[in-house]
Design a protein around this ligand. Structure first.
Ligand SMILES: *Cc1c(COP(=O)(O)O)cnc(C)c1O
Length: 465
């Protein structure tokens, strides 16, 4: 399988290359040239497989030219053996046909572990084979940093540097990053805000000369392998609820559109999906697009669901590419317009998206109401991101007879401030493997908001080959 850029001007790559590539050189994102499509019989034959076995079946067509089957099977088995629920992604029922899929049973309690635990192992496998050392740099306002660190902490071939805004991430989130004391893990607390961190990471990708020939690798959600790993749990939920012999709908708390894009791919690969709901907070650019065909950036709002606080959603380009007949030239024009703040999508293309997608934007007050309602009725605690998904599921559900699954993207203990604000009077407990988080030793370096200082820090601390 080959991977091509959404802007049509970069060379096609194989899986191994795309894993290490990040952004394409024409500024686009990599997508598979064509998707594997499974028959209903084939999908039906997967009922009852373990999560890891299913993951192997769904993902192998994407990697087969780069990784032998036995090796890939082993990597996948190891990845999900470390999760602390035997079902890996268990479903909980909230009401008639209304389900929540818990994606917080990985080491850092958010769905990002499902992809980043795999990504870390894939890096190690590929880099060992190539005998190559790389540097990862990432900026985080929360969940991505800790999941990436956990994914790479055992890697001999990766040094990982995660920038977070000093004193501006929650204590749980900071501790999840800074208590990993491995000698290839470096936390940098930047005296600036999240945008400063992101800008410095971007500039570093633009000019990597400070690394003396070492390659810089991306772990944000533009990395194709992350999307690939997320396709699996849509099949897993569908099979648990009677697919492929009946359809299933999904409601997905959405920021950069990576997670829900994986759901769209699952439907194109043969899973019968009747509806995909884009659930956003007040940062509602995608809701405005889906409900009214308006695609226009607005200033960032800080909400109780910080992992969905975005201005534009980077992965939305991948869907737009399909909506535009996979025409790279058309898409380059559209993205150039968007860089100026607003783009126009033809009515017919927008309507094609509407066949599958619905959306809702949810305020902070509505988020808190939903946490309270569900807790009071069922005794089940939702994190603020998942609450947005549940609210959108209830509001947008098209067919009562079709099961609707909301993706629970984080454990409530990750966002204790929001739970407290909801007034339910109970604080969420950390799972057993993390109860000593507040006693663990922390390590991080505070650095000025200055590109040269950050790059010097990276160059001085990366391990020598
Ligand atoms: C990252 C994240 C999201 C948003 O996912 P995208 O793939 O960026 O749309 C939602 N909820 C939580 C808890 C997250 O960490």
């Amino acid at each position: 399988m080959k991977y091509i850029s959404t802007r049509g001007q970069a060379p096609a790559l194989n899986f191994e290359e795309v894993l290490l590539a990040g952004l394409a050189e024409d500024g686009g994102l990599y997508v598979p040239e064509s998707l594997p499509v499974f028959t209903l019989e084939e999908i039906g034959s997967w009922a009852g497989l373990s999560y890891a076995e299913l993951a192997y079946k769904v993902m192998y067509p994407f990697v087969e030219e780069s990784i032998p089957a036995a090796d890939f099977r082993k990597i996948v088995n190891e990845t999900y053996a470390g999760f602390d629920h035997e079902a890996v992604a268990p479903l909980t029922q909230l009401g008639p046909g209304e389900w929540v899929m818990e994606l917080f049973h990985g080491p850092t309690l958010a769905f990002k572990d499902y992809a980043l635990q795999l990504l870390g192992r894939l890096f190690e496998y590929v880099l060992a084979k190539r005998d190559e050392q790389v540097v990862i740099m990432g900026a985080t306002s929360g969940d991505t940093g800790s999941a990436a660190i956990e994914g790479c902490r055992h890697s001999e071939h990766v040094d990982i540097f995660i920038l977070h805004p000093h004193q501006r991430v929650s204590e749980v989130q900071r501790r999840q990053m800074t208590t990993v004391l491995a000698d290839n893990v470096f936390n940098i607390a930047v005296e600036g805000n999240f945008d400063d961190c992101q800008r410095m990471v971007k500039s570093s990708f633009g000019d990597q000369s400070f690394l003396n020939g070492r390659r810089l690798v991306a772990v944000n959600s533009i990395n194709w392998a992350r999307i690939m790993a997320q396709i699996v749990y849509y099949f897993h939920a569908g099979l648990s609820l009677g697919a492929p012999w009946r359809s299933v709908g999904f409601s997905v708390p959405t920021g950069n559109f990576g997670d829900i894009f994986a759901g769209y791919l699952a439907s194109r690969m043969g899973l019968p999906v009747n509806q995909l709901i884009v659930a956003t907070n007040r940062n509602d650019i995608l809701h405005r697009f889906i409900s009214a065909n308006q695609y226009k950036a607005q200033p960032l709002a800080h909400t109780l669901s910080p992992s969905m606080d975005i201005v534009v959603s980077s992965n939305f380009e991948r869907l737009l590419f399909d909506l535009h007949g996979r025409n790279g030239a058309l898409l380059s024009q559209l993205m150039a317009d968007m860089a100026k703040g607003e783009a126009q999508v033809e009515e017919g293309r927008w309507k094609a998206a509407r066949r599958l997608f619905d959306s809702l934007a949810v305020t902070d007050d509505e988020t808190l109401d939903t946490i309270r309602e569900v807790y009071e009725k069922d005794g089940y605690m939702l994190d603020p991101h998942t609450a947005i998904g549940v609210r959108a599921a209830r509001h947008c559900r098209r067919q009562k007879g079709t099961p609707m699954v909301t993706l629970a993207t984080a454990h409530p203990a990750k966002f204790p401030e929001a739970i407290e604000k909801s007034g339910i009077g109970v604080s969420p407990a950390l799972p057993r493997h993390m109860t000593d988080l507040y006693e663990r030793e922390e390590r991080y370096a505070v650095q000025p908001n200055d590109l040269e200082a950050i790059q010097r820090f990276v160059a001085e601390h990366m391990r020598q080959a």
